[in-house]
Write a protein that binds this ligand. Structure first.
Ligand code: ADP
Ligand code: MG
Length: 773
């Protein structure tokens, strides 16, 4: 039997989910699949594993809970262990590089990627009696793949007579992709909706939208803290660096000192009694310039009233940190001002906000929260702040649904998040700051209403919300290039990706094309499917080369180039080249700046690119990058991005390729004749499906204008000719065989033309080696 701390039991009983325990357990006992939908904070993650535990689901096998985020994996296992009065030996967690699972583990929290890995070695997941897929609404790639696999594993387990249960938990009611997808679940699984005590949250939009959302967030937090009643503040920004930056600034503005007794502040606020004023406020959407000002006025009126009442109570001197009583004047302080340009950090502190800060001595207990934060630091957001201080958590979107932070009354939402975006031609991925979806904005606002009525301040206008924020972002799996997804899934042992029951399927035609491409590149090969006896068909499986390729964070074709280039000491060149190729349009068309000299011509257009990157790197070291880029027609942002990718690839290769010791050399010499030849072979190895042969003049049909065929090539299965790009350096030599990076259409209607970009010459005798026929 479970022995819970009485305090814990009291807290649990406040969660409406406790009243549903019996109904939930009946549904779980009677069904193999169950969907649980409930607002963040309703108790799904902390309570349902406990229900299962108490019902005996952990007696013979384990209870598995997957989380898409590392933060939640650690925090939730600790919380559930604590609530059950068990140790981390029994309620444990496991994620890449870290974990505390033991032989006695009963409830195992893990990242979704970890469970996926376990399926590769134990397809039936025989260690578990139940699998909970938490945060399914986040639609992480691994979660989506897990759902597809589990939809097949559950029936197999039933046939074995050792049933497995699958519980899908979501913070939103938007679950049609799971319930209405008959490929995934033939019969829609039952769904239970958990009620939550959600208090009204008043949403305030900014009238204007400023680029510098960090400054706006800082200003808003300062205003809330200096002028509005008690209650925790939660600020959403996009990444670790931004979190740390804001934490530093806010701490410096409202420092907490251990040697000061802040308890008097508490008494003052209690006497003020302004909470009542806020709570009675109508739940409207306003778009005023500065909502905090209005709040402040209301609060002040309430405070005056409260003061009158307070006369009869014990005396406390309030004068020290009281606010100006003059309503009119207060409105002039710190108003959002259009004309205010970009201010530096010190400007923000000294000019804009100094008067308010001086009038407030209450410390702000500022804590960071992001995924890679150490477990012990994460845990601090759940503890009460020291007496007299106001809690302020600065977080990435992990606080959106994964973690419920207690006692938040104010949410400040930048409206931004970091999202991995892919270039579908090059497969290059980069983290970009984008607008959140409207659904996310609602979630974030909801965080302010867990323990009482709250306020959400969106640092952008209603127009942005309506026009720039999509209602939802598509699931991760549908946003990444399919070549990469396909290879990853094949590496997991999922052979028939095209038939895979995805919750939301990527385009099947695209998957088939990708399969063909990867086969041509030798990354996949046909093999007998030995595991399924009855249909003795051929499937495409990953080759050993493919395994190596999958280790690189690149589209498989570029991964292949790198995987092959350690052998001839080509790594420094191939890294620079691949980095350059994966950033689009770096050379913005000043071909005259890059004439063919020396060995450049040998490597063709990629050689020019390599030379440009090398020269830009050298200019960067000398501090002349900006000038250099302008002069030589290079896109500066692209050049910077290449540098980042080059560094990242170099680091990863040094870590993952045994014996590799590469560095980024700002004075890299141009490749010699031999190296240029090898590099062309490397290009062909990765672009082997993109080869073209010169159309001979004798092949041009009678009556056609031969001049039109000067730079024309014949390309694979294409009927029409393809042409060398007008900037291509190979127009000087027009070699017989070429390999190209990209094919695209140009020209107006009627004069349409297919053009090859980034072209290098190859030799006919290499073809059989690199391009399987
Ligand atoms: P859900 O998974 O439905 O979003 P949770 O189970 O995470 O909800 O949270 C339920 C309740 O438990 C919340 O009210 C939250 O404040 C509380 N809670 C969760 N983790 C902790 C913790 N580490 N410390 C204190 N309270 C917590
Ligand atoms: Mg949860």
């Amino acid at each position: 039997a479970v022995k819970r701390d009485p305090k814990i039991q009291v807290a649990r009983l406040k969660l409406p989910i406790l009243g549903e325990e019996q109904r939930i357990m009946e549904l779980i006992n009677e069904n193999e699949f169950l969907i649980v939908a409930g607002e963040t904070g309703s108790g799904k993650t902390t309570q349902i594993p406990q229900f299962l535990y108490e019902a005996g689901y952990a007696e013979k096998q384990m209870i598995a809970v997957t989380e898409p985020r590392r933060v939640a994996t650690v925090a939730m296992s600790a919380r559930v262990g604590h609530e059950l009065g068990l140790t981390s030996k029994e309620v444990s967690y496991l994620m890449r590089f870290e974990g505390n699972v033991t032989k006695e583990t009963k409830i195992k929290f893990m990242t979704d990627g970890v469970l996926l890995k376990e399926i590769q070695t134990d397809f039936l997941l025989s260690k578990y009696s139940v699998v909970i897929i938490d945060e399914a609404h986040e639609r992480s790639v691994y979660t989506d793949i897990l759902l597809g696999l589990l939809s097949r594993i559950v029936p197999l387990r039933r046939k074995r007579g050792t049933p497995l249960r699958l519980i899908i938990m979501s913070a939103t009611l938007r679950v049609e992709d799971f319930t209405e997808n008959t490929r995934l679940f033939k019969d829609p699984p039952p769904m239970i909706k958990i009620d939550s005590r959600q208090f009204p949250v008043t949403v305030h939009f900014n009238k204007n939208t400023y680029d510098d959302y960090l400054k706006e967030a800082y200003k808003k937090a300062v205003k809330i803290h200096t002028r509005l009643p008690e209650g925790g503040i939660l600020i959403f920004v996009t990444g670790q660096q931004e979190v740390n930056y804001l934490v530093r600034k806010l701490k410096a503005s409202f420092p907490y000192r251990k040697d000061v007794d802040y308890s008097k502040l508490i008494t003052k606020k209690a006497v003020d009694g302004v909470d009542a004023a806020l709570d009675s406020e109508p739940d409207d959407i306003e778009s005023d310039d500065d909502e905090v000002e209005k709040e402040m006025k209301r609060a002040r009126k309430a405070r005056k009233k409260a003061k009158k009442k307070a006369k009869e109570l014990p005396k406390i001197n309030l004068d020290d940190y009281d606010m100006p009583e003059d309503d009119g004047q207060a409105d002039l302080v710190g108003r959002d001002d259009d004309s205010e340009g970009h201010l530096s950090d010190s400007d923000i502190e000294e000019n804009v906000l100094a008067p308010e800060i001086k009038s407030c001595r209450q410390p702000l207990w500022v804590l960071p929260l992001f995924s890679m934060l150490s477990s012990s630091k994460q845990a601090r957001v759940f503890a009460a702040p020291p007496v007299g201080a106001r809690l302020c958590v600065v977080s990435t979107d992990v606080a959106e649904t994964s973690l419920t932070i207690p006692a938040i009354k104010y949410v400040v939402d930048s409206g931004k998040k970091k999202m991995k975006v892919y270039d579908h031609t090059t497969g290059a991925s980069a983290w970009r700051v984008v607008w959140t979806s409207q659904a996310s904005a609602e979630q974030r606002a909801g965080r302010a209403g867990r323990t009482g009525p709250g306020h959400a301040y969106r640092l952008y206008s209603t127009a942005v919300f309506q026009h720039d924020c999509p209602s939802h972002h598509p699931p991760d799996l549908c946003r990444r290039p399919v070549d990469d997804l396909l290879l990853q899934m094949k590496c997991m042992g999922i052979d028939k990706v095209v038939n895979f029951p995805f919750p939301t399927a990527p385009d099947r035609m695209q998957l088939r094309l990708a399969e063909k491409r990867l086969e041509v590149l030798g990354i996949l090969e046909k093999a007998r499917n030995s595991t399924r006896r009855k249909d003795d068909e051929e499937v495409l499986k990953v080759t050993p080369l493919g395994k190596a390729v999958s280790a690189f964070p690149l589209l498989p074709r570029y991964g292949k180039m790198l995987a092959l280039s350690h052998q001839q000491n080509l790594l420094p060149y191939s890294i620079a080249l691949v980095a350059a190729l994966t950033v689009p349009e770096v050379m913005s068309g000043k071909p005259e700046c890059w004439p063919a000299t020396g060995n450049t011509l040998l490597l063709g257009d990629p050689g020019v690119l390599l030379r440009a990157v090398g020269a830009a790197e050298f200019a960067h070291v000398k501090g002349e990058e900006e000038l250099f880029c302008a002069k030589y027609g290079l896109r500066e942002k692209g050049v910077k991005e290449i540098r980042k990718i080059r560094k990242q690839l170099t680091n990863e290769i040094n870590l993952s390729v045994s014996g590799a010791n590469v560095s980024v050399d700002p004075e890299m010499k141009p490749p010699d004749e031999n190296q240029a030849r090898l590099l062309r072979q490397l290009l062909l190895s990765g672009l082997g499906d993109q080869v073209a042969r010169k159309i001979g003049l004798n092949e041009v049909k009678e009556g056609e204008d031969k001049r039109k065929f000067k730079y024309a090539y014949h390309c694979g299965e294409l009927d029409e000719p393809v042409h060398l790009h007008s900037d291509s350096i190979l127009r000087k030599t027009i070699p017989e065989w070429v390999v190209y990076q990209e094919l695209y259409e140009t020209g107006a209607e009627g004069r349409r033309k297919m053009v090859m970009r980034n072209v290098a010459a190859i030799e006919a005798e290499w073809l059989p080696v690199y391009v399987p026929h």
